[in-house]
Ligand binder design. Structure first.
Ligand code: ADP
Ligand code: MG
Length: 553
């Protein structure tokens, strides 16, 4: 048995590693920086706890959730792990005692808040210790794209500067490429290894329903699931309270939770929920981070979540025991308006709006919902899932390979630097000023999609995005990019099924992409791709072979 496995058994009582845990542990032991992306419940904590226990010295665990630190540390102590925490809520005396414990080797894992980590006094403490690892948990919080970003987080890069030989591992359940890039930047990670485990949670059923008669639907939903525990996410505190009261009046044992409650009250309700004393909780997004309750059987979104990351993270709290669990999202446009208002006041308008639009597209889509979600996280699901509302009542489809090829080829020829509207204009041979002035009318696919109306192209583009054949770079003016799978489509190695549009009477007649032979078309595209690769490689100063190997580019 490997030493890591022995530690797994000894401290945690488990016999087997979950996917990627062993690999992450080995990489940390080899002193490499790492970025670990695993869905909630995937088992991220062990990835740093085990190497911390195996190495000499102390590991510093940065956790932005002060509220959870105590629970985590007590949990570890109960397993016989020497752990402690330091944060600003403790008295100086308590802090001094802990510091003494560290010096005496009584602490192998020290949990700290980011504020503490970047403080002067903590830096002096670090200088006196033998630190073997820095682990940054819930690392999306340190990204400007994540929630809860606080300016002091941007000082965290000092770790790598001051302690270049100590490995840093960042862990998160948020997989979008912008956040990943930002975490790496904020922490100044040195060529981190990326560990991305599958986000698929096949045991969760997915359903989106129109946001009307919500209360009646919920009562019906609950009647079919007596004695089950679940979470209803609401957008506002008022909605949590109101809904919980209405449920109680209908004889349902529900309570509510939001950041407006006192810390004691919050802790109590959280505990009651975990112990099944309150089976149903109406909550804002303040609820659930880090809560380890395995038998949540369903999650309802009373309101539209603000983006796909939040949605996925929230439904991910159901079915952590691996048994069947159900999710239901109520979608109404009035929620979109509320979100837009919030976004108006926020600093990251463009990206937030783009992400809001993306979840609307998810709700509107007629494509296997799991396919859409996984493609959003850079994964490709080959078959429809069979466990979502779309799969259970599938729409009519047709062979849309040619349409897809035209769209993708236009994207390549526009050097993956152009947003959807312009790609469509080029396909349709528009003589709009911008198209002509930039010379897009000289591109080979100019006018190649004249026979499809503009609004239909929009729908097809959206479907291709939802199917994972296109991705959007929100930080590059929403430029459309190819994905791994789209290359196979371009080279005729993969067929694409598209959904019939409501306006469509028969399958669209569309002429083949270019009038050359398949071989020539292929070579032409290879050539375009090769040039693009070289260009990006020069501009970004990365080796050409890496340019397309990673979804973040
Ligand atoms: P995350 O931080 O990724 O959301 P956690 O680290 O909190 O997940 O782990 C979720 C649950 O899975 C915990 O109860 C943990 O004890 C359990 N777990 C982690 N690794 C294993 C394993 N190798 N075998 C069995 N259970 C595990
Ligand atoms: Mg965790």
């Amino acid at each position: 048995m490997s030493t890591a496995k022995r530690a797994l058994k000894k401290y945690f009582g488990y016999d087997k590693f979950r996917p990627l845990q062993d690999e992450v542990i080995q990489s940390i032991l080899e002193g490499e920086d790492a970025l670990v992306i695993m869905p909630t419940g995937g088992g991220k904590s062990l990835c740093y706890q085990i190497p911390a226990l195996m190495m000499e010295g102390v590991a510093i665990v940065v956790s932005p959730l002060i509220a959870l630190m105590k629970d985590q540390v007590e949990g570890l102590q109960a397993n016989g792990v020497k752990a402690g925490f330091l944060n600003s809520s403790q008295s100086t005396q308590v802090q001094n005692e802990i510091i003494e414990d560290i010096h005496e080797g009584k602490i192998k894992l020290l949990y700290v808040s980011p504020e503490k980590l970047v403080s002067q006094e903590f830096y002096y403490l670090l200088l006196q210790l033998k630190v073997n690892l820095f682990a940054v948990d819930e690392a999306h919080c340190i990204s400007v794209w994540g929630h809860d970003f606080r300016p002091e987080y941007s000082k965290m890069a000092y770790l790598k500067k001051q302690f270049p030989l100590v490995p840093v591992v960042a862990l998160t359940a948020t997989a979008d490429s912008l956040t990943q890039k930002d975490i790496i930047n904020q922490l100044g990670l040195n060529e981190p290894k990326r560990f991305l485990s599958s986000f698929d949670r096949p045991n969760l059923s997915l359903k989106v329903a129109p946001g009307k008669d919500k209360f009646k639907s919920i009562l019906g939903f609950l009647r079919q699931r007596p004695h089950q525990s679940g979470i209803i996410y609401c957008l506002s505190r008022k909605a949590c309270e109101g809904l919980s009261e209405k449920l109680r009046n209908s004889g349902v044992n529900a309570s509510y939770y939001h950041a407006g409650l006192s810390p004691e009250e919050r802790a109590k309700r959280q505990e009651d929920f975990i112990n099944d004393d309150i089976p149903i909780i109406c909550a804002t997004i303040a609820f659930g981070m880090g809560i380890d309750k395995s038998n949540v059987r369903w999650v309802i979104h009373y309101n539209l979540p603000r983006n796909i990351e939040s949605y996925y993270q929230e439904i991910g709290r159901a079915g952590r025991d691996g048994l069947k669990a159900d999710t239901l999202l109520f979608y109404s446009f009035s929620d979109v308006i509320v979100h837009r208002k919030f976004i108006e006041e926020s600093a990251l308008k463009e990206v937030s709006n783009a992400k809001l639009e993306r979840i609307q597209q998810f709700c509107d889509a007629q494509i296997c919902r799991r396919k859409i979600l996984l493609s959003y996280f850079g994964e490709h699901l080959e078959e429809d899932c069979g466990n979502c509302d779309v799969c259970k009542d599938p729409p009519k489809q047709f062979d849309g390979t040619l349409i897809a090829q035209k769209a993708l080829s236009a994207i390549v020829r526009l050097k993956e630097q152009v947003a959807a509207g312009t790609v469509i204009d080029v396909l349709r041979g528009s003589s709009r000023q911008e198209v002509l002035s930039k010379g897009y009318d000289k591109v080979k696919t100019y006018g190649a999609g004249k026979d499809v109306p503009h609004q239909d192209w929009q729908q097809y583009m959206l479907q291709l995005l939802n199917l994972g054949y296109i991705s959007v770079a929100y930080d590059e003016g929403n430029a459309l990019k190819l994905t791994e799978q789209s290359r196979e489509v371009l080279f005729g190695e993969r067929m694409v099924n598209l959904v019939h549009l409501a306006s469509m009477k028969s399958e669209p007649t569309i002429k083949p992409i270019v009038k050359t032979t398949k071989q020539e078309a292929r070579e032409g595209l290879f050539e375009a791709l090769r040039k693009l690769r070289l260009q990006i490689s020069r501009e970004e100063n990365i080796p050409p072979y890496l340019v397309f190997s990673d979804a973040t580019l």
